[in-house]
Ligand binder design. Structure first.
Ligand code: GLU
Length: 335
């Protein structure tokens, strides 16, 4: 173990000791116990490696913008980030090219379609938004670097700034994504036809498959969400992960398009910018306050974690997190 790991472990221990007696931690424990027995839904199996997830893995993490971490359940269980990588990649593309150029390659309109639908906006030939596969592949194609390792390293560096720990790709999941990724290839070729992505499409698809195969745990995801909530600064390390000027761009598309074809219902009933992924994670961002992550691989028919949605609905209701809930006082659990 190197010095960096020692320091992280010590910080985690101190934060856990502070959190252990807190009412918020007790509350999260109760939520965890309530939904632990809910076993509706199905683990994703369209990518063979994903089918190896254990259906009973479950964790809930909240990270406040003051850096306090609250974690319950299997919060250190690694899984692949999948579509939850998309908002962060969008932020990196914006930093590298600016808003104006990025908007010529990917739009910001919600689709109401499934994440992997093979459609582009007919008026502009752009993918609808960066949260569906088409837009995410176009976004990956924008990431700069003279060769594939340089591009991947830029992406890994970016994720390290968000999580505060070393980023790595699950090679078996990457291989499985690549082997079964013909639908994503079809989306890529359609965009190539319209000049939305450059001709080195295979490299961009590889980068997209690699970003989806990044290993994270529930705590990492809550820290990443809290970094967005904290205007781009990771509250556990103090390091800036993304320029503050792009936080509104990222959170807007998460709000309108982050939950597949459940995004409208989510915006209505939970009311916070969010993103889910087929490995069973959901992140939610309460601007200025906190990041939430829930991990449970049992998915509903839209590809969202069943327990994840239940937990977030209850959290939003009971802690008054809906961003348009102007009359509700913030719960004292968050003091
Ligand atoms: N790797 C997945 C795919 O492109 C991402 C799916 C997801 O999490 O929505 O099929």
């Amino acid at each position: 173990m190197n010095k960096q790991d020692d320091r992280n472990d010590l910080e985690i221990l101190v934060s856990e000791m502070k959190a252990i007696k807190s009412p918020l931690r007790r509350y999260l424990n109760e939520l965890y116990a309530k939904y632990k027995t809910l076993d509706e839904g199905k683990v994703a199996d369209y990518i063979p490696e994903l089918a190896k997830a254990k259906p009973d893995w479950f964790s809930i993490c909240v990270v406040k913008t003051n850096g306090q971490v609250f974690e319950v359940g299997d919060s250190r269980q690694d899984f692949t980030i999948q579509s939850m990588s998309k908002p962060f990649m969008y932020g990196l593309a914006l930093e590298q090219h600016g808003r104006e150029f990025v908007s010529t390659k990917v739009g910001v309109e919600p689709t109401g379609e499934a994440f992997n639908s093979i459609i582009l906006d007919e008026a502009s030939n752009r993918p609808f938004n960066p949260m569906v596969n088409a837009g995410a592949i176009a976004t990956a194609a924008l990431i700069r670097g003279e060769d594939p390792p340089t591009r991947l390293n830029r992406v890994l560096d970016m994720f390290e700034r968000y999580t505060g720990r070393k980023a790595s790709v699950d090679i078996a999941v990457f291989a499985s994504e690549k082997q079964t990724g013909n639908r994503n290839r079809a989306i890529g070729y359609l965009m190539l036809n319209f000049g939305m992505v450059p001709p080195n499409l295979d490299e961009s698809l590889d980068l997209y498959f690699q970003q989806c195969s990044l290993l994270v745990n529930c705590r990492d995801m809550a820290v990443m969400a809290a970094t967005l909530a904290n205007n781009g600064i990771n509250p556990t390390t103090g390091q800036r992960a993304v320029e503050a000027q792009y936080i509104p761009d990222i959170l807007s598309v998460m709000y309108t398009s982050g939950m597949y074809n459940y995004a409208g219902q989510w915006a209505y009933s939970v009311g916070i910018p969010a993103k889910s992924g087929v490995s069973g994670g959901i992140i939610g961002v309460v601007p200025g306050k906190l990041g939430i992550a829930v991990f449970s691989p049992l998915l509903d028919s839209q590809g969202n974690s069943v327990r994840g949605i239940k937990v977030c609905e209850q959290l939003s209701r009971e802690l008054g997190l809906h961003i348009f809930n102007l009359s509700n006082q913030q719960s004292e659990l968050l003091d």
